[in-house]
Structure formats: C-alpha cells, structure tokens
Design a protein around this ligand. Sequence first.
Ligand code: PMP
Length: 457
Amino acid sequence: MSNRSLADIDRQHLIHPVSSFRGHQAHGPQILASGDGMWLTDIDGKRVLDAFAGLWCVNVGYGQQSIVDVAAEQMRKLPYATGYFHFGSEPAILLAEKLVSLSPEGLDHVYFTLGGSDAVDSVIRYITHYYNAIGKPEKKQFIALEWGYHGSSSTGAGLTALGNFHRGFDLPRPWQHHIASPYPYRHPEGHDDAAVIAHTVSALEAKVAELGADTVAAFCCEPIQGSGGVIVPPRGWLKAIREACDRLGILLMVDEVITGFGRTGPMFACDAEDVSPDFMTLAKGLTSGYSPMGAVLMADHVFQAIADSAPEALPVGHGFTYSGHPVSAAVALEVIRLYEDGLLENGVRTGVCFARHLERIREHPLVGDTRGRGLLGAIELVTDKQTKAGFAADLDVPGKLSKLTWENGVIVRCFSNSVIGFAPALCCTEEEMDQIFARVEQSLDQLLEMPDIRAAL
Ligand code: PMP
C-alpha cells in the first residue's frame, strides 16, 4: 500500500490520542516504520534521533532482540492466563516478586494494569475501598498538584491538572482538588529550595484544614511533574511531603509512571529521597513500551486492612481481563534484567553529559530555564529572560518547533507552554546526546530567525 493512501486511511478512521480531530485531519500522520537503539525511521525512510523515548517509555531503546525472543517464547508457551478465579502464570508471579524486591520498603503487594491511567484509576478505587473497609467512609477527598498529570481515565483525569483533560469532560469532580506546584522557575522564591518545599507543605496543610482532616483520603503527586513541562522540585521535597501526609493522617500516592526504571538515575525517584509511599504507580519503563503494562504497588498496611475487612468468600470487585498478562510480564522481567545489566549505569553516565548540555543551552537567547534529573529534562523558552514572559499561544511555538526539530532529524516533546521536554533512552551514548543538542540548537536558531518570533522578543 502506498504511503499516501495509508495517511488518507488514518485521517478517515484513526482517532489519535490527545489530538484535535479537525487538526489531525488537516495535519495527517507521521507514520513510523522501524526503530533501532536511539533511532527511528519513518515510512519514507527518513531517520531521526528519538530524544523522547517514544512517549518517555522506551527506556531500553528500540530493537532489543532479547525482549523480542522472550515475548515470542512466552506467546508460544502460554499467550494468556487470567488472574481471575485464583489462576496465575509464572511470569506475573515472578514479576510481582521482582517489583517488591526493587521498590521501597513496605510496598509488598502488586496489582497489574495495562498502563498508567488504569493504574491511577485502580489506586482511586482501592483507596475508596480501603476507607470504607476501615470504617472511615467520609475520607473521600483527593488532593493533587497543579501542572500534574495522572492519566486520562474517567476519574484519574480529574487528578490531572491540565486544562484540555478537563475541558468538556466535566472534570475535576467535586472531590478532586489541586494545590500549587513546586515549580522553582515560576515560584517567587524559586532560588530558595527550603522556601519552595515549605510552600507546598503549607499549601497541603491549608487545603486539608479547609476540607476537614476527616474527609481527606490522599495526596497524589509525581516526583517530577512530566506532562506539565518537566517541573523538578528541589531535593528533599518528596520526603517533606511524606512527613506531611503522615502528620495529616492521609495516604500518599506517588506516580512513578515516568520517573520509574532509571529515568531520573536510581531505579525509582522515591529511592533518591528514601521515601516509601502507600501506593506507587508504574507503567512505561516497566516494559519499555514493548508490550502494554502498568502496576500498582500497595503498602502492606493497606492490603491487610482490606483483607481483614470482609469474609473470605467476598471478592474485591476490581479486575481487568489482561491484569498480569503473561507476555507483558515476561517482557517486563527481561527489560528489568537489561536495566540491572548495565543500562541503569549507562543512563547515569549519559545523564551527566545531558546535564552539561542543558547548562550550556541556557545561554541561548530564547532559553529562560533548563532543568532536569537523570535523563529527564526540559528547556523553557521565554520572550524575555528578565520578566520570564512566555510566548502568546497564537504564535504556535510548539507547532513551529515540532516541525523544525523533525526536519532537523530529532524528536523532542514541545509542550503548549513553550517547554521542550527530553527523555532519551538509557542506552543513549554521549555522541548521540551531542547530536540531539546540535539538532535542537539548530532548530532554536531557526525559530529565532522567524519574523513573528523576533517581533515577540
Ligand atoms: N501518570 C503519569 C505520571 C504519566 O506520565 C502518564 C502517561 N504519560 C500516566 C499516568 C498515564 O499513563 P498511560 O498513558 O499509560 O495510561
């Protein structure tokens, strides 16, 4: 089939995630055909460097043959096993054990999902069930952060705090609340880590006091806010949040869908602060995108409370057909083996080179801020470095930049707030990192030459 007719069929029939229906019909798809390491090839044979690991998920890079072999072998042996009715499969059981051994102390129980959104949705359901089980049915309010992203399930998208996930969807629900993000670049005292941390803690305390401590179920956050524009809180922030949740008598859900599996350096971002949440959500790097899978890690005290609350014959009515899918579980076990077999270390090494590039590109006339941890980072563009003023939406900086970077042979994520996000695979070499930044810098120079952009400065 010709590439042209494929694109036409796409326009006619395929609804793309988070796309304007009309906008996509006008734009059409960029059809990707194959991948190898850090590189993607499109259907016309154009090769580009993927500095965003698909959708911050292909942490091991493309074309890892051992994963393909494991998946094929598992499909031959047993392509599917339900987890219902006490059935199970070896890969799902071994993966649960592996995740418990890798994750912070106290997270002893694993529920498998298909991705991150249904992991967050599962946490909301389990927390609701938990408070009913322990006789505190009034604790049903959830608090999350502005700029946060927690997927697009029907209620999880209400914890998300990005306008287009709410608009037209009757979200957030009345029991979903948001407090200010620890966004150092946009914080009046952003240079002072302690002040940024204290600000979130007091905002959380104030929100709990406003709602009534007896009504608040949980606080939900990403350790680094990804889809909001890679917002990196100061070190010590997550630990202070854990302590505040304990003081306030509310549960803590840490959403490590992006930050998990070496993305920020250690296996989990929680490790860097020695924090153990009551729930942790995982997806993306769990299988590196080779097969869909997410996971909820549940603290033992929550599990035991739910377990003790009902007679043995009464099931907890939460379950998916593909929970613990054996092929995805086998893939995840192999992906984790690759992380432990040198990829995590490579990620840390290349992360140093990434940080150097971020520091250097800060000098560019369009760049107001750069930030990152490990191999997760961002550049924020401004019209004026002093006032930190952003670009007007009608200049369509993200659209222009997506086009320029693609033409220059690199994929980055261009957010609506003129932030460029980076999440290269952990297999990235220093040479590839140099090339990524050369191509991004070239794109920024070209953007700067555009008359309407020049006029906005
Ligand atoms: N939580 C976070 C922090 C995410 O970044 C994402 C996806 N970008 C999700 C949840 C939702 O995951 P999924 O798209 O796999 O449903």
